[in-house]
Design a protein around this ligand. Structure first.
Ligand SMILES: NC(=O)c1ccc[n+]([C@@H]2O[C@H](COP(=O)([O-])OP(=O)(O)OC[C@H]3O[C@@H](n4cnc5c(N)ncnc54)[C@H](O)[C@@H]3O)[C@@H](O)[C@H]2O)c1
Ligand SMILES: [Zn+2]
Length: 361
């Protein structure tokens, strides 16, 4: 097992990564302070892993909440199911919530923990690659509003994150690839050696080789932990984690929510960001091609859908959260393994990227 620390002063916490961790009750125990525990999972993950977890939690006689599965259920309405279960079971302020599932379960459980009786502790047990390398670390929690994704939320850091890579054996292939998009992102924003390692070891990751998975998750989490420790509330540099996301969000929205997985849209978005950097002169043709090739090998899209015109994409990008005083702010690679947050790029070059980085008609 590997253990990393997210360094946030009194809100610091460990991330444990390894095989068989769902069976290790001592890891759970060290994250549980009070006498009550409530586990939140969903209809897909529950039947796979809830029993194993409950065996370890037997001494706490945990309350269980099983949510419907899907991003469409990441709402205030469904969140209320968690509060209702906690209140019905007379859970007090010392109750620890445990999120067992992907990013949707993690974000909702975290937000429930941030707000139930003005805040209770929680533990993340992420079961998708995306949740293991991204959403379970960093303390962003929340739900969607009909008028916008993740618009209702809070910063609330977990007590610990327990990543059992064995849970990835049941993950569908497209969800694994979606997680790999975020993994590749960490290489691109600040860890060139990791990018080179990914070029060498991508096939092992696709085959779910345990050693390769532990290494990639560890490296991704430590990059995320580093960025979050430097800027917990996204006043500045945390925005680097949004590489590919402004393009990606435009694709997600334009294609209709659910048509593309988030990681798929981010993958195409990173290729578009790389293409723009190449036009500006921040990446060579060869570097740009290497990024695109790695993303393609991860079985991810490298282009926006042909159904979305460049003009439409541009319009969708300008309603993104990252617009400041009317000027679009983008995260763009500058050399392999380095990225910058910038408003300083020629609009004409962005338009060229948006026109040309689309699937052929
Ligand atoms: N808080 C953050 O910093 C942050 C960062 C990135 C993404 N997010 C959020 O995370 C969510 C996306 O997370 P996700 O990609 O994990 O999606 P998800 O939670 O919807 O999980 C994807 C699918 O895989 C299933 N699943 C989960 N674990 C499984 C397993 N081990 N075996 C088989 N099936 C499994 C789920 O039930 C679901 O159907 C979005 O809501 C996004 O906004 C949050
Ligand atoms: Zn993302």
């Amino acid at each position: 097992m590997k253990t990393l620390n997210v360094d946030l002063g009194e809100r610091s916490y460990p991330i444990h990564i390894g095989s068989g961790l769902l069976h290790r009750s001592e890891l759970l125990k060290s994250g549980i302070a009070g006498s009550r525990v409530a586990v939140v999972t969903n209809e897909t993950v529950g039947p796979l892993y809830l029993d194993t977890l409950l065996k370890q939690l037997a001494p706490w006689d945990p309350v269980c909440v099983v949510l419907p599965d899907g991003e469409v259920y990441k709402t205030l309405d469904v969140l209320n199911n968690i509060f209702t279960a906690l209140l019905k079971n007379r859970c007090d302020r010392k109750t620890t919530l445990i999120a067992l599932g992907g990013g949707v379960v993690g974000d909702m459980t975290g937000f429930a923990a941030a707000t139930y009786q003005r805040g209770v502790p929680f533990i993340q047990i992420p079961t998708t690659l995306l949740a293991q390398v991204d959403s379970s670390v960093g303390g962003k929690t929340g739900v969607n509003h009909p008028l916008g994704k993740n618009m209702i939320g809070a910063f609330h850091q977990p007590e610990c994150v327990i990543i059992d890579i064995d849970t990835l054996t049941t993950l569908p292939d497209n969800e694994l690839s979606a997680g790999l998009a975020e993994v590749i992102k960490y290489g691109l924003i600040g860890d060139p050696e990791f990018f080179f390692w990914l070029e060498q070891n991508l096939d092992e990751l696709l085959q779910r080789d345990p050693q390769a998975l532990v290494y990639a998750i560890e490296r991704s989490c430590s990059e995320k932990a580093r960025v979050v420790a430097a800027d917990e509330r996204e006043a500045g540099s945390r925005a680097l984690l949004n590489l590919g996301h402004t393009f990606g969000h435009a694709i997600e929205t334009g294609a209709g929510y659910g048509a593309w997985l988030h990681g798929e849209a981010v993958a195409a978005g990173m290729c578009m960001a790389a293409d723009l950097s190449r036009r500006i002169g921040w990446l060579t043709l060869d570097e740009c091609a290497r990024i695109e090739k790695l993303i393609h090998r991860a079985l991810l899209p490298t282009r926006a859908p042909k159904t979305l015109s460049g003009t439409k994409l541009r319009e969708l990008m300008s309603v993104d959260k990252k617009v400041e005083a009317g000027k679009l702010r983008l995260v763009l690679p500058k050399g392999l393994g380095h990225a910058v947050i910038t408003q300083d790029f020629p609009s004409a070059l962005l338009n060229e990227t948006l026109e040309q980085c689309r699937e052929p008609a």
